[in-house]
Design a binder for this molecule. Structure first.
Ligand SMILES: [Zn+2]
Length: 97
């Protein structure tokens, strides 16, 4: 069994978490940019709707990657439906937050 210090997958986990946080934060400026600027330039909301749909789908994909990131110790997803869990549900290794 690996110790927390010897697990080398923490950078991947942190990159996934930071990508999700960035997507959630930039939703507001992205919405303002595509919801106001693009319709003013193009005189249509079709491009805005397509970009918003792509953004939401990508955010959902990132959220699922974060939620089901496998424990490097036992390969069970860390959080599953409990996004705020601080330890692996199977082996108990602490999540490197
Ligand atoms: Zn585990």
């Amino acid at each position: 069994m690996n110790t927390q210090e010897s697990i080398t997958d923490w950078p991947d986990y942190k990159r996934t978490k930071h990508c999700l946080i960035a997507l959630l934060i930039f939703w507001i400026p992205f919405g303002a940019l595509t919801g106001v600027l693009l319709p003013a330039i193009l005189h249509t909301f079709i491009v805005t709707n397509i970009l918003a749909l792509v953004y939401v789908l990508f955010t959902g994909y990132a959220w699922l990657q974060y939620a089901f990131f496998p424990c490097p110790n036992c390969d069970i997803p860390y959080r599953g439906r409990q996004l705020w869990r601080r330890t692996c549900p199977k082996c108990g290794v602490e999540i490197n937050t």
